[in-house]
Design a protein around this ligand. Structure first.
Ligand code: S3P
Length: 432
């Protein structure tokens, strides 16, 4: 099992550009494949999850060209009805976004496909997507009435539905909006708390019959989607590890360039500022997505309460936010984050266990945790539990430890951020 040793000390300092955005890279492949004509994307994220999406569409008959390690991706879109039946089972690895959004697209096709994934993905709930898709007219079979992969899906004539996205899940919303491109009548999704809106932005850019009507996201059957040419923003969720690391280590000075600043994603910045962090952000351009710069200066942080309505805007940043809270002065509370229990692993459990092993004082709640801040961690050996964000968060925790932190099972960082430890070594500055 791969392990990484993080030696104590050092600041998080330097100019830094995160890799391409994972959520947006998935959608680039999907919209590129369904468009009529050639799409070109730069800064595509060449990490396992997005490569799974790319391979899935190749197996559905879409020609793609990706110059390795360049992030330059070209996709020959065959139109909304241009996908071909796959000759084999489609394996989406660890990627929840790949399988859930793909289900939405396959719901509109006239062939059968079988979707599977690794052990983690096959234990994550799919009913949240398969239930409404079946209601629209797709036939989906799998364990526990289609709640777990492997799933067999046969698309069909779909009928639009009205759907309340009570989990505030962008994956569920996106699957339904994509299926809505194939459905008779209107497909409408409502969410009380806004989840990330990348799919909506792609729908608009591709010229889909999509609009917002009195708080409802509304899509109708589309004849054609336009191909796109876009530079994908750096991933805020990848940058979050170093942003938080810089914020919680005095003397750090981090300048993040070319990073996505979509407000449905950047809730972490608001919470860190409430904790007393010095963070400036500036949007430099906005085409498909707002992109810009973030500057962070390290200092002392104080405890914070994170409210349930903030969770969707920082859902993937909660593991690293737990590190910050565990080191902040006083008590912190994270509530309304039950969804963390069904991510790549149960992140409330894995982070609580990891942090407590290092000397933190974290108490699990059913939907979050209470963290009593400590001055610093003592160090020790912790496990990733096969979860990329747990692994990267615990590595950052090592920067504020008295002793060495050993993280076991770090190969999983390739899921979203293969270059994480290279960037970590470069940004960790021990000279002051
Ligand atoms: C994602 C949505 C979120 C997020 C995941 C990526 C997306 O999941 O946690 O990493 O790309 O739509 P949920 O929609 O399940 O909240």
């Amino acid at each position: 099992m791969d392990e990484v040793r993080v030696r104590p000390g050092g600041t998080v300092t330097g100019p830094y550009e995160p890799p391409g955005d994972k959520s947006i890279s998935h959608r680039a492949v999907m919209f590129g494949a369904l468009a009529t004509g050639t799409s070109r994307f730069q800064n595509f994220l060449e990490a396992d999850d997005c490569l799974r999406t790319l391979q899935a569409f190749q197996s559905l008959g879409i020609p793609v060209t990706l110059k390795p390690k360049s992030g330059v991706l070209q996709i020959e879109g065959k139109g909304l009805m241009g996908l071909k039946p796959p000759s084999d089972v489609i394996d989406l690895g660890n990627s929840g976004t790949s399988i859930r959004l793909l289900l939405g697209i396959l719901a509109g096709q006239r062939f059968e496909a079988v979707l599977t994934g690794d052990e983690s993905l096959c234990s994550r709930p799919m009913g949240r997507v398969t239930r409404p898709l079946k209601q629209m007219g797709a036939q989906i079979k799998g364990k526990d009435n289609g709640n777990f992969a492997p799933l067999t899906i046969r698309g069909g004539r779909l009928q639009g539905i009205d759907f309340e996205n009570s989990l505030a899940s962008a994956q569920v919303k996106s699957a339904l909006l994509l299926a809505g491109l194939y459905a008779e009548g209107k497909t409408r999704v409502h969410e009380k708390i806004l989840s990330r809106d990348h799919t909506e932005r792609f729908l608009k850019a591709a010229g889909a019959p999509f609009r917002e009507e009195s708080g409802w996201l509304c899509v109708e059957k589309a004849a054609e989607l336009k191909p796109l040419n876009a530079d994908l923003p750096g991933d805020f969720s990848a940058a979050a590890f170093f942003i938080t690391g810089a914020a919680l280590i005095e003397g750090s000075e981090l300048r993040v360039k070319n990073v996505g600043l979509n407000p449905t994603r950047t809730g972490l910045l608001k919470v860190l500022r409430r904790m007393g962090a010095s963070i400036e952000e500036k949007v430099i351009e906005e085409t498909l997505e707002p992109v810009g710069e973030i500057r962070v200066r390290g200092g002392r942080l104080k405890g914070v309460r994170v409210a349930p309505e903030e969770i969707p805007s920082l859902i993937d940043e909660l593991p690293i936010l737990m590190v910050a809270c565990a080191l902040a002065e006083g008590e912190s509370l994270i509530a309304g984050a039950k969804e963390l229990r069904v991510k790549e692993t149960d992140r409330i459990a894995s982070m609580t266990e990891g942090l407590n092993r290092l000397g933190a004082r974290v108490k699990e709640l059913p939907d979050g945790c209470i963290l009593e801040g400590v001055e610093g961690f003592k160090g020790g050996t912790v496990k990733s539990d096969g979860d990329h964000r747990t692994a990267m968060s615990l590595a950052v925790a090592g920067l504020r430890s008295q002793g060495e932190v050993v993280i076991e099972g770090v190969e999983c960082v390739k899921t979203s951020y293969p270059g994480f430890f290279t960037d970590f070594d470069r940004l960790k500055n021990t000279s002051n």
